[in-house]
Ligand binder design. Structure first.
Ligand code: NAD
Length: 366
């Protein structure tokens, strides 16, 4: 992004960017609202150190736009927004910081709904909840859906099965050799699901303790992290960091499918084009990893109901098949097909808004 902020906003269709500051508690935050076409803008709150205020603004904007696409493609009636708090995420005195942010968010009267993200915790959400009802991600004790890593993993499993069906004519993962990178909140339940599917699972994590724990729990194979990309496997399931598909890793891949939870798996879009050229089916990250947020936001339409939430997550199977279909019929890579799916839904929702009135999909309960 350059200093031409309005040009950038208009190019990508942003609605608004707000700056919040309160020097009494050391709050400096940027809220970007990309779109409210499908519903209130929703997206987590990131707490991070930035080199400049402009960097923080750019991050909030990029992430907000990503949320618009994630919800739209997942068929959830929410728009995209994101707030970033500038500062040290390890900061100890957090209560008044997050309560101050909660008050700013409350003033928007539901235009933006917040949640957990990198650098923030469920405790921070509880602090914000003291000042505003517009907090989605909450512990079960506070009326929310609780941890969402399992739902994210279940969604990745659905996308993976759809990719398997396309690649081998069957969604059955039995005997498929699958490498899971990262054994955290998503990776751990991911391994569990894949073991239940009777897949041949291999794990890798930079944290030796986690590797040992998962190996003991599920009796899976272990791989050195340096060998992840060149592993002799059918499917690579990245559940750690982003940027894993890049100039260095691309020539190493021997898998037929890449499907995992990590955000921003393609270092650049051209790497998605290259995957297509090499015949590797890529499950676009925001299609595959939407399960957690689908599950988390489901309570807005009738309170917490785990069964209904997981049933919505299971629809990721059909979404992924739809993405593959668009990719084939339009002869475009899957990452672009996912964008088309999202943009088409937003365009259709924008069209019906000409009818006027208040309702945005369904009444929300906060
Ligand atoms: P986490 O922090 O709980 O776990 C990440 C794991 O990856 C850790 O065990 C870490 O040691 C490991 N790791 C880090 N670098 C590694 C490397 N180079 N090689 C191997 N392992 C490495 O994170 P998480 O919540 O499980 O999320 C994983 C990814 O999925 C992230 O990219 C996250 O943004 C994305 N995601 C998570 C959710 C969710 O519900 N938690 C939802 C959507 C997307």
């Amino acid at each position: 992004m350059t200093e031409k902020i309005f040009d950038y906003m208009s190019h990508y269709g942003y609605e608004k960017v707000l700056l919040f500051q309160n020097e009494d508690v050391g709050l400096r935050a940027v809220l970007a609202i990309h779109s409210t076409v499908l519903g209130p803008a929703a997206g987590g709150c990131r707490f991070w150190t930035y080199d400049s205020d402009l960097d923080a603004m750019e991050d909030a904007m990029r992430l907000a736009r990503g949320m618009t696409y994630k919800y739209a493609a997942a068929g959830v009636n929410l728009g995209g927004g994101k707030v970033v708090v500038i500062g040290d995420p390890k900061r100890q005195d957090r209560e008044m910081l997050f309560r101050a942010l909660g008050r700013f968010i409350n003033n928007l009267r539901g235009e933006y709904l917040t949640g957990e993200d990198v650098g923030t915790t469920l405790q921070d959400m509880d602090y914000m909840r003291m000042e505003t009802p517009y907090v989605i991600t909450l512990s079960k004790a506070s009326g929310g859906a609780g941890p969402i890593g399992g739902a994210t993993a279940f969604g990745v499993l659905q996308a993976m099965k759809a990719c398997a069906q396309e690649t081998w004519g069957s969604a059955n993962l039995q005997g498929r050799k699958i490498v899971v990178q990262g054994l955290g909140a998503v990776g751990y339940p991911m391994v569990e699901y894949l073991v239940q599917e009777n897949a041949t699972v291999t794990i890798a994590d930079i944290d030796a303790h986690k590797v040992e724990q998962v190996k003991q729990a599920f009796g899976v194979n272990v791989l050195d992290v340096r060998e992840i990309f060149s592993a002799d496997a059918d499917i690579y399931c990245p559940c750690a960091l982003g940027g894993v598909v890049n100039d260095e890793t691309l020539p190493q891949f021997r898998v037929k499918i890449i499907c995992g939870s990590a955000n921003n798996q393609l270092r650049a879009e051209r790497h998605g084009d290259e995957l297509t050229r090499r015949g590797i089916l890529y499950a676009p990250d925001y299609i595959a990893n939407a399960g957690g947020t689908v599950f988390d936001t489901d309570r807005l339409w009738g309170g917490v109901n785990a069964e209904r939430g997981m049933s919505k997550v299971s629809k990721i199977f059909e979404r992924m098949l739809q993405v593959i279909e668009i990719s084939k019929t339009q002869n475009i890579p899957t990452y672009l097909a996912a964008d088309h799916l999202a943009e088409e839904r937003i365009a259709r929702a924008r069209a019906i808004k000409r009818i006027g009135g208040y309702n945005q999909g369904a009444p929300l309960t906060i």
